[in-house]
Design a protein around this ligand. Sequence first.
Ligand code: KG4
Ligand code: ZN
Length: 340
Amino acid sequence: MNETELILAIESSCDETSVAVVENGEKILSNIVASQINSHKRFGGVVPEVASRHHVEQITICIEEALTEAAVEAKDLQAVAVTYGPGLVGALLIGLSAAKAFAWANGLPLLPINHMAGHIYAARLVEPLEFPLMALLVSGGHTELVYMEQDGSFEIIGETRDDAAGEAYDKVGRVLGLSYPSGKEIDELAHQGEDTYDFPRAMIKEDNFDFSFSGLKSAFINLTHNAEQRGEVLEHKNLAASFQASVVEVLVTKTVKACKTYPVKQLIVAGGVAANRGLREEMARVLSQELPAIKLIVPPLRLCGDNAAMIGAAAHVELQKKHFAGMTLNADPSLAFQHI
Ligand code: KG4
Ligand code: ZN
């Protein structure tokens, strides 16, 4: 293999069409992200058919832009990587078809990538990973604590029993009349308010690493509905601050406990909710206080949300192991972690 390894990576699992060129799994040469979020806002969530149509329109343009911006031609590439799950099946299939066509036309191997592994490997675009490590994966569809003994090995040691953290943010946002997705806006509101409502901290004391956010969501909805019926107006800033305080305390407490239980050198916080300022600040504060030897890596905001550079970073491991896929590769909407 050449000393410089270049991978073209494609991501289309949800509402972002993204194509990147990544060097040696750690350096971004380009990372084009075409967001469709404005088309989904008025529906209050991602509409799968609308997502697929947008991906079809954007994918070729994104591939061309990614190559142009990286100043790379197909002949310079070593492989094409693509997200094949988890995600929306129709959306995944657009990226898969484009990746297969590009790989076949240019005689390149195809690397199948797990979207959630991508979120974790976004950290490698920030600094080298040291194993064993712990990753807190928090997105719109997932809330998981993943122990990684080495590159490409994923052990889920805890996960949500019901709603994902991002899902709870989006549902609570809807009750507050915010537009989808509302995590960022609640985060901003929370910083202007105070934790005045006593929301539950579910499972915080239990002897496991699992999470639950549906009780918190129900408590929030009941409180606002009851107030509405009484004609009371609640302070949105304080509601947001109280909700966020509960989510952050549970996530930080359980993650730090996991880091005390497993022999880890680094902690990665990844996924869309890792963009949360409250979570970033509190995780950094508690970790440096209780476990100063463990290095915290939280990717910059642009690498927390869905993007193809993270897929290119994860693909580097797959390429080293020569885990190629054939042209029969299919989308797997509920793909779970497996040892790779
Ligand atoms: O990883 P991601 O971009 O897509 C999925 O794979 O799910 O995550 C999207 C989720 C949404 O639920 C969104 O509300 C949430 O991440 N999110 C945030 C923030 N920014 C995005 N949640 C809390 N605070 C934020 N600042
Ligand atoms: Zn994601």
